[in-house]
Structure formats: structure tokens, C-alpha cells
Design a binder for this molecule. Sequence first.
Ligand code: 4AD
Ligand code: MG
Length: 454
Amino acid sequence: MQRTLIIDALNAEKAQNAITICGWVRTRRDAKGFSFVEINDGSCLANMQCIVDEGTEAHAALGEANTGAALAVVGELVPSPGKGQTWEVRAKSVTVFGLADPEAFPLQKKRHSDEFLRGIAHLRARTNKYGAAFRIRSEAGRAVHDFFHGRRFAWVHTPVLTGSDCEGAGEMFRVTTLAPGEKNTDGDFFNRPCNLTVSGQLEAEALALGLGRVYTFGPTFRAENSNTPRHAAEFWMIEPEMAFADLSDLMELGESLTRHVIEHVLAHCEADVKLFDNFVDKGLLERLQGMLRQPFARVPYAEAIRILEDSGKEFAFPVTFGVDLQTEHERYLAEEHFQRPVIVYDYPKEIKAFYMRANDDNETVAAMDMLVPRIGELIGGSQREERLDRLEARIRELGQNPEDYWWYLDLRRFGSVPHAGFGLGFERLLMLLTGITNIRDVIPFPRTPGNLEF
Ligand code: 4AD
Ligand code: MG
């Protein structure tokens, strides 16, 4: 079907005799002698205003088409006398593809609550807010790929089905071909337990120790039963892994990536970001621009604990050296103390995963988390333990069998090098970019406890 996208039509340099616009009716207003029909096709936030004169074939074809109907309008692109738009279409013909019964169509002109719209996730993309959110999601993804390709990282694909638990937190979804209650007589498909991956890190390490610099960008799964606005059971993670790199290289990478995506989205999604600034989170634009104006803060974990202890704040979870930071602590550091993103590094080894490189103090590991205002943890990563003896000892210390990690340990046996990587939660980045406060609203079909309708 030959058609012009509304985004291109609105940027046209001159009037056109015949243009075809396809989309969904946002509003229709019948005046004396003609109908105004506002159409949106998802290519941008703006609608195309179409004027259909009464008594024409086009008007007859338009019929009762109203909010929600899908149609094509062929007509003349002419300068619009109305405010807020450059061009409008004077219809010569109209084709209605699908009507939407106004009694039944759930999206009305008024503003709907997020809660209500979550219940009709299949129709959310037809609203201004979610159209904007999903366009920003697409552009942010492009920015991620551009960033890494610009730095000569290879995009690698790690398995979704896995036998290991990278984070050792036991929060995996089990995958099985057995029906509920069915006995496992011949062994299940893989002859060993199979999970959905919680992280592609271990495989990414193997690939980095051959390709040099790699990143993953794909779905990961966590069966943590945390019903919070920041946790999803299925989320997309970006996991770069670099050979011949240490913790400070990693901090630089995390900060540069975050800045690059913010810059790209501000440059390419201006109208969509403005919508969020106007209607969802006043001050969003200023906050994002502010983040670009100065370097992110960096602070060792021990110092962060002192700051929290001296803050005079009553936290629900009290802080002392050795505790894992909670969202309230993370947000205090980023929002109130530093008032910008902050990278906390050198965490106590007890609260971090087995693969993180031990520091010389034997108490902390070369880990880093990037905390950002409004969200808390955006990035978690570390330099990896590349010394075979240290890594084996740590696995034993945690009551595990090094043989279960044979291929991972091989990477330390054969040509081991200092290397480092992190995971960035893509949905949390989108929350930062849009001001949306619930992770369910930055992913088209969210997976959270109890939600599998769509
Ligand atoms: O800190 P995490 O658990 O780190 C890892 O999985 C490492 N293996 C990554 C690596 O070093 N390659 O998770 C990384 C990030 C978090 O900082 C957070 O942004 C996001 O993933 N994340 C979640 N996002 C949404 N919902 C959840 N349930 C999330 N859990 C983690
Ligand atoms: Mg983490």
C-alpha cells in the first residue's frame, strides 16, 4: 500500500496534490459543511488533521467512522490555517478498513489511568503516552547498538535456556516439557534441570575472551517474587564484557553508555520526551539535561555508608557497613546527596556474587553499581576474578563444587586476562528517560507476579 507516514507528511517542504495517509481516528468533529478527522499512525506523536467536505463521496465513505476506526485518506496536502500544525489534508477519498463501535471501544477521548490501561495492554499503543513510551524504547535500543558498534563491541547472543544460575540467587524459572504431575521416567528433555537465564554474563565472558569486547542485549528472567514498581519477571538486559579491562574502564563505559542514550533520545524523540515532561513528570527534561552537564559521582561503598549514617534520615532498613543497599538508600544517595547519578564501588564480598574480583583488603570486591535519581540501581557489574586459585577457593567457600563450573574455570586456565562487565536493566533506563514510575508501563506486555493475560 503506497502511503506517506504522518511524520514525513508533517515535515513536507511543499504542498502536494495527492497524498495517502493511513491510521486510526483519534477524534472526529462534525461541523457545518464538513468533518474534522484527526488521524494518528504511530509514526509520531502528532496527528494529521483531515477535512472531509459534506456531500462528497469521501464523506459518504467516512460514514459513521469515529474514534478508533482505521482508515486511509487520499487528498491534497495543504498549509493548515489551524494552530499547532503545518499541514492538513483535504480529503478526496476515504477508505474505512475497520470500524470501532463507540459503545464498546475502551479508549475514549478523556485521560485514562495507568491502571486501567494496563488492563487493555493490547490497545495501549494507540494512546499518546504509550505510543511515546514505545517509540522512546525503540530509539533507546538503537542508541545502545550505535554506542557499542562505535566502540567496536560485537553483539553476541547468549542462550535463553540454561543449566546454570549466574547470580546464585536461586530466582530462576524452571523450564520443563513434563506435564504437571507427570513422572520423569526417561529424564526430561536435557537430562538435567533447565532454567530461563537470569543473565548472559558467564557466556558473555567466554565470548569476550576471544572476541575482546562483546555485549548482549536481550530478555532475561527472574522469578523473584518482588511486587515492586522496579522489578519485572521478564526484562531486557544489556551486558557488555571487556577483556583487558579493569573496574575503572568499566565505570567509564557505564557512564558513557548512559550519557549516550540520554543524548540520543533527547535529540531524536523531542516531542515524545516533551509529552512526558508536560504530563507525567514535570522537570524530566531539566533533570536529563542536568545529568549531561557534569560527570557522574563516584564513591566507595564504605564512604557511601558513612554518608548514609551521617544523613540523619530515618531509613526503614538501618545501614551499617556490610548491608546491601536498599532502594531507599540508593535513592537518597543519587537524589539528595549527590543529586546526580553516582557509581558506588568496592562492595563487601559477602553481599556480592562469587565471580567478582577480590580486592587486596580481602574484605571487598571490585564491584560497581550505578545509582540514578528516581530509580536506584540502574547498572550492576564488576571486574571478574581472573585468578584460577582465588576463584576456585571462593566457589568452595560458598559451599559449591568447582566441577560444576568447569568450563567457566577453563577460561582462567587457558589465557586468562583481567576482564570486566556489567548489566544494565533496559526498562529501568526507560523509566529514567520517560519519568514513568512503574516498570509495567515501559514494557508493552509486562510480566509481573500474577500477570500473564496478554
Ligand atoms: O545487578 P544484576 O543482578 O547483575 C547481573 O545480573 C550481572 N550478572 C550483570 C553483569 O555483570 N553482566 O542485574 C543487572 C541490572 C540491575 O542493575 C537492574 O538494572 C536490572 O539488571 N535488573 C532488573 N530490572 C528489572 N526487573 C528486575 N527484576 C531486575 N533485576 C535486575
Ligand atoms: Mg545488582
